[in-house]
Design a protein around this ligand. Structure first.
Ligand SMILES: [Zn+2]
Length: 321
């Protein structure tokens, strides 16, 4: 009978998959599992299955709590998911109460990007930082803010929407209804749109856009073209890096962070994005915080969410619930 102190279960709920990890008090993943998020019969059934998978991975280990990262607007204090855009029917679901009833241990709920940020702070690229900001670069741009070792979520759990910082007040429309957000310049979606529009107006490029996938071709096609010497592809990524650099400069001036961490598939573009990002971040921010800040890539990969969710649950338990 393996019973260890301080073990916490981290769950990272996504629209397609749900990841589970047993995490120890140092932020190490002891074992993990991944299951499809079966939402066909609605949230109650999906949560019943999640609880069953949670019990399965716990096995005979005694667990002091569960942390869960969820996509979409939610309240950490109330334990309610207001809306999960990729999970149909998830409207005002009291997830914490449902899971606590089924599992019999305390459950802590957070936004998934915030959980990932805490994971990188606790056990990844932000270890030892006083202030850390994480950008998640994907279809959209999200993030999380750690100040003095605490995740900053704001009174409504809406803080950390880093992709919607406005970097050009006359910029292109953004999915959020505003204009000129960072996400409208540097997300994978924005990069695809730039490529599509340029190709439509006659730009020659070796970027391979499969037929019928004009709206969802992999951003990797752009890096591959850049890698093979395609000047247009290199320029597209350079400019996305400039936009990210402006975003980073704002963060440096506002928060004086020790470290800014970037995660997500787009970080694979490496120097094609980070050269301009670093250059602009330093040029456009104050000297003192600019000299301090480390701009780096996340270390935990797709485990950041489960580690961070577990870490936040552990922190809550240590603070006495
Ligand atoms: Zn926006």
């Amino acid at each position: 009978m393996a019973s260890r102190d301080g073990l916490v279960l981290g769950i990272d709920l996504g629209g397609t998959d749900c990841k589970f990890g047993v995490v120890d008090s140092k932020g190490r993943v002891i074992r993990k599992a991944r299951h499809r998020t079966q939402n066909e019969n609605g949230p109650e059934q999906a949560l019943a299955l999640i609880a069953a998978h949670a019990r399965e991975i716990l096995g005979s280990d005694s667990m002091s709590g569960v942390g869960m990262g969820v996509p979409g607007p939610m309240s950490s204090r109330e334990g309610i998911v207001f809306q999960a855009p990729n999970l149909q029917g998830w409207i005002d679901i009291p997830v914490r109460e449902i899971l606590e009833t089924r599992l019999g241990i305390p459950v802590e709920l957070h936004n998934d990007a915030n959980a990932a940020a805490y994971g990188e702070y606790w056990a990844g690229a932000g270890r030892g930082a006083c202030a850390m900001v994480l950008f998640t670069l994907g279809t959209g741009i999200g993030g999380g803010i750690i100040i003095d070792g605490e995740l900053y979520t704001g009174p409504d759990d809406t803080a950390g929407e880093l992709g919607h910082m406005i970097i050009n007040f006359e910029g292109p429309p953004c999915g959020c209804g505003s204009h000129g957000c960072l996400e409208a310049y540097a997300s994978a979606t924005a990069i695809r749109r730039t490529v599509r529009e340029a190709v439509a107006s006659g730009q020659k490029t070796s970027i391979h856009i499969p037929k019928g996938r004009e709206h969802n071709f992999g951003a990797k096609a752009v890096y591959d073209a850049a890698e093979s010497g395609d000047k247009f592809a290199q320029d597209v990524l350079w400019r996305a890096g400039v936009a990210l650099g402006i975003g980073a400069a704002n963060i440096i001036n506002i928060f004086n962070p020790d470290v800014i961490v970037y995660s997500g598939a787009m970080t694979h573009a490496g120097d094609y994005i980070f050269d301009s990002l670093r250059q602009v971040a330093h040029e456009r921010s104050f000297k003192k915080p600019s000299l301090r800040v480390k701009i780096t890539i996340a270390e935990l990969g797709e485990d950041a969410g489960i580690i961070g969710a577990a870490g936040l649950a552990l922190k809550k338990l240590q603070q006495g619930g």
